[in-house]
Design a protein around this ligand. Structure first.
Ligand SMILES: NC(=O)c1ccc[n+]([C@@H]2O[C@H](COP(=O)([O-])OP(=O)(O)OC[C@H]3O[C@@H](n4cnc5c(N)ncnc54)[C@H](O)[C@@H]3O)[C@@H](O)[C@H]2O)c1
Ligand SMILES: [Zn+2]
Length: 359
């Protein structure tokens, strides 16, 4: 059974359809109107694994040319790929009223979203996420980006999708490691603002509850995005675990998946909050315990890419793009489900904390 969540952005609302078979269930939606042509941008790996399903589910829509395959992996989020994709879209004769279908993980979604935003000053994009991470997080909210030699996601725009279709059937082929990494972003929603959801996650037994948890996580993100679409304030809460996580991800040079780094980052954010006396120790322990039981490593010495250097991590955290005015900005917590933005982190104290954690 599929369910629909409305993302309410005032005049520009859109739906997220979640569940097994969502791609088929979405076909009557008004975005698939008959006079419109579609360019399919699809992760090459997903195209191979799910060609049959995609072809069957989209039968009858008018395609603008062959599907455009996006090479697998983070390197696809480049200027070169963006240019290639835009060139292919032009060659297909895509017009202003036409639309892009982005089928793949966060990489495909970010690149396709940016291409759609730029193409003829902006055409619609329909996000069809195929990883748990992209279902729970990246397909909703309208952030698009490519990477630069200077860092990840440094060039991009906000371009909200006109529909998101999170079809759980795609997850049947997703490797376990990627599933766990995506699950970290679901846990994140609970840790930021929903203590009851965290209790449910702790009690939940396996994938039966995945749809329910995914739906709660998407609805949670929807609420935050509706309140602060362009991250002027509260949307930054979604970065819980990410300042620590990005530092680990960069230091591990490709050995850690984003969600794995964020999981360890969330444990660090809770431990640091406890150390500052902001959050009960018991809560920090519960967070670490749940992540470990889920198979998400939180001990820095046991993570791929270890040993880490506290000094280099701090250096990376100082240059995080979320900082402003030279101070380090962290999302910390007063407890489970109660995250807040802490603007004035003392670098010397943070360095000592990191040193203690790394030992
Ligand atoms: N826009 C946002 O708000 C936002 C938020 C979080 C992350 N992101 C971005 O998302 C990206 C990470 O997304 P991701 O984790 O989905 O990575 P990804 O898109 O690289 O996908 C991970 C891997 O899984 C494969 N894959 C995808 N679907 C599959 C399926 N159904 N079965 C088997 N294999 C499949 C892909 O080919 C790839 O190898 C990063 O670039 C990150 O910056 C963006
Ligand atoms: Zn993330």
């Amino acid at each position: 059974m599929t369910e629909t969540i409305a993302i309410d952005l005032g005049g520009r609302s859109y739906d997220v359809i979640v569940g097994e078979g969502a791609l088929e269930a979405a076909r009557p939606h008004s975005v698939f109107r008959s006079e419109r042509r579609f360019a399919i941008l699809v992760d090459a790996h997903v195209a191979q694994l799910h060609a049959k399903k995609i072809t069957a589910a989209l039968a009858g829509i008018s395609l603008a040319g062959e599907a455009i395959e996006i090479p697998d992996g983070e390197r696809a989020k480049s200027f070169g790929q963006l240019e290639t994709v835009l060139g292919r879209m032009l060659d297909c004769g895509l017009e202003r009223g036409d639309a892009v279908l982005a089928i793949g993980g966060g990489v495909t979604g970010d690149l396709a979203g940016l291409a759609a935003a730029l193409y003829k000053r902006g055409i619609d994009v329909i996000q069809i996420p195929t990883t748990l991470l992209s279902m729970a997080d990246s397909s909703v909210g309208g952030k698009t980006a490519i990477n630069m030699p200077q860092g990840k996601n440094l060039v991009g725009v906000f371009h909200q999708p006109s529909l998101v279709i999170a079809d759980l059937a795609f997850l049947s082929t997703l490797p376990g490691r990627q599933m766990k990494a995506g699950y970290a972003e679901i846990i994140k929603a609970a840790l930021i603002g929903d203590a009851d959801m965290f209790t449910d996650l702790e009690a939940s037994k396996g994938p039966d509850h995945l749809q329910a948890h995914l739906k709660t996580a998407i609805a949670f993100k929807a609420k935050i995005v509706a309140a602060d679409e362009r991250e002027a304030g509260s949307r930054a809460l979604l970065n819980l675990g990410h300042t620590f996580g990005h530092a680990l991800e960069s230091e591990a040079a490709g050995q850690l998946l984003h969600g794995e780094a964020v999981a360890a980052g969330m444990a660090l954010a809770f431990d640091y909050s406890a150390r500052l006396g902001l959050c009960p120790e018991a809560d920090a322990k519960r967070v670490g315990g749940h992540l470990q039981r889920t198979g998400l490593e939180t001990r820095l010495s046991a993570l791929p890419g270890a040993p880490f250097s506290a000094e280099s991590m701090l250096e990376r955290m100082r240059h995080d793009k979320k900082n402003s005015g030279g101070a380090i900005r962290l999302v910390l917590a007063r407890g489970i489900g109660n995250a807040f933005i802490h603007d004035q982190t003392d670098p010397a104290d943070l360095l000592n904390f990191l040193k203690d954690q790394i030992q």
